[in-house]
Write a protein that binds this ligand. Structure first.
Ligand code: S3P
Length: 439
């Protein structure tokens, strides 16, 4: 078990950094390139715990992948796509470890194959709800056996037909699983999203020549004959950038720049949520990378005030709510997040675990069914906390530690590499006082 030691930060954070590639895009790039007709090139691919689980699963399905380890945090992949019908059965169950995105999206693809598959994962993933994909995929004709709506999933060969499906929650994983099954379904597959779920699957399918359209909350896919290979550079993950962003917004006199961050508008909720508190964030050098809008972000410390957030902004920043709560500890007044019940079915119940760990570190936080209120401003006490094997909670607690009166220990912190390999080194490059104490 690895433990992170964080000292109270006494000096400003300064510098220009990059953070690793986007996790959502990295998962999708490997899966979709596998289905392409020909060779795809992916640069700045994220070698994190979650995405590596997807890569290994795709290799087990018979896809040759050449890996060039350009650095510990960015790989270059050459993927020999075998076409829509070129996957081969895996001799072993596919183990997606903690990767919910990997598992749910692969379930969509594998539902339409002519061979059976077994999808499994870690104890953590075995607790997460799969009914949300099993229901629509079964409606499309998929033959999926699962005990109590949980993994392992046993997927038998089936022929699929298109459906029109109204998602009860705005989930990009559910939308993507259905659209990917739609690659194998007779007819036009349509999904209604009740909120702005991230659209990386749609963008990537379009870049590969598929026709994906959207209007009035509906997204629909015409079944393509084939997919063209990808040639893309993965933008830096805004979900990872969120940690140094919040650190620099809250450690006095800091100013940092994070380069080439993906600013797809379905993902920028954290910027809006921090700006609602008065955070000084500016966007420069706007351009496009890999079919996604990107830019450099500069943030400098400023006094924060409380904010109430809910609705679409929460969908656009759902993964960043734990670190937003850390910013809220420094804001004058009560800051409330609502409409965030989905947090309860992430890697862990991110509302109750966040509240428990923050309280442990001296923060006054009230929990609701669909959110929380942080009563700020308050200097965290420091002490001992635990990530509960949740990467985003581990990193949020580390950022909180920088603001504390005393040292903070975050136990079970190796999981930060599930999405952000090099998190500690990146924070250290900005001058942050944190280090690993047990390897
Ligand atoms: C993801 C979608 C979101 C997000 C997750 C990644 C994706 O989950 O929380 O971290 O890559 O599609 P939901 O689809 O469950 O909202």
């Amino acid at each position: 078990m690895k433990t992170l030691l964080i000292h109270p930060q006494k000096t400003p954070l300064r510098g220009t950094i990059t953070v690793p590639g986007d996790k959502s895009i990295s998962h999708r790039a490997v899966m979709l390139a596998a289905l392409a007709e020909g060779t795809s090139h992916i640069r700045r691919w994220l070698p994190a715990g979650d995405t590596l689980a997807t890569l290994t699963a795709v290799q087990s399905l018979g896809i040759p992948i050449h890996i060039e380890k350009t650095s510990d945090t960015a790989w270059e992949l050459t993927i020999e796509g075998q076409g829509l019908h070129g996957l081969r059965p895996s001799p072993e169950p596919l183990d997606l470890r903690n990767a919910g995105t990997g598992l749910r999206l692969l379930a969509g693809i594998l539902s339409g194959q002519r061979f059976p598959s077994v999808l499994d994962g870690s104890e953590q993933l075995r607790k997460r709800p799969m009914g949300r994909i099993i229901r629509p995929l079964t409606e499309m004709g998929a033959d999926i056996v699962a005990g109590n709506g949980r993994v392992p999933l046993i997927i038998h060969p089936a022929s699929l037909h298109a459906i029109s499906y109204r998602m009860p929650v705005a989930s990009a994983q559910v939308k993507s699983a259905i659209l990917l099954a739609g690659l194998y379904a007779e007819g036009e597959t349509r999904v209604y999203q009740p909120g702005p779920a991230r659209d990386h699957t749609e963008r990537m399918l379009r870049a590969m020549g598929a026709t994906v359209q959207e209007a009035d909350g509906w997204v629909w896919l015409e079944r393509p004959e084939s997919l063209a290979p990808l040639d893309l550079t993965v933008p830096a993950d805004i979900s990872s950038a969120a940690f140094p962003l919040v650190a620099a917004a809250t450690v006095p006199h800091s100013q940092i720049t994070i380069e080439n961050v993906g600013l797809n508008e379905t993902r920028t909720g954290i910027l809006a949520m921090l700006q609602a508190m008065g955070a000084a964030i500016s966007v420069q050098n706007e351009r496009e990378t890999g079919g996604e809008p990107t830019a450099d972000l500069t943030v400098r410390f400023d006094e924060l005030h409380s904010a109430d957030i809910g609705g679409a902004i929460v969908v656009r920043g759902i993964d960043e709510l734990p670190v937003w709560a850390v910013a809220a500890t420094q804001a004058a007044g009560d800051s409330t997040a609502r409409d965030a019940a989905e947090l309860r079915v992430k890697e862990v119940d991110r509302i109750s675990v966040l509240a428990g760990e923050l309280q442990q570190l001296g923060i006054d936080i009230t929990e609701f069914t669909d959110g929380f209120t942080v009563h700020g401003p308050v200097r965290p006490s420091g002490g001992t906390a635990d990530s509960h094997d949740d990467h985003r909670l581990g990193m949020s607690l580390a950022i909180l530690g920088l603001l504390a009166q005393n040292d903070t220990l975050v136990h079970d912190a190796a999981c930060v590499a599930d999405s952000f390999p090099g998190f500690v080194e990146t924070m250290q490059a900005l001058g942050a006082s944190m280090e690993w104490v047990r390897g």
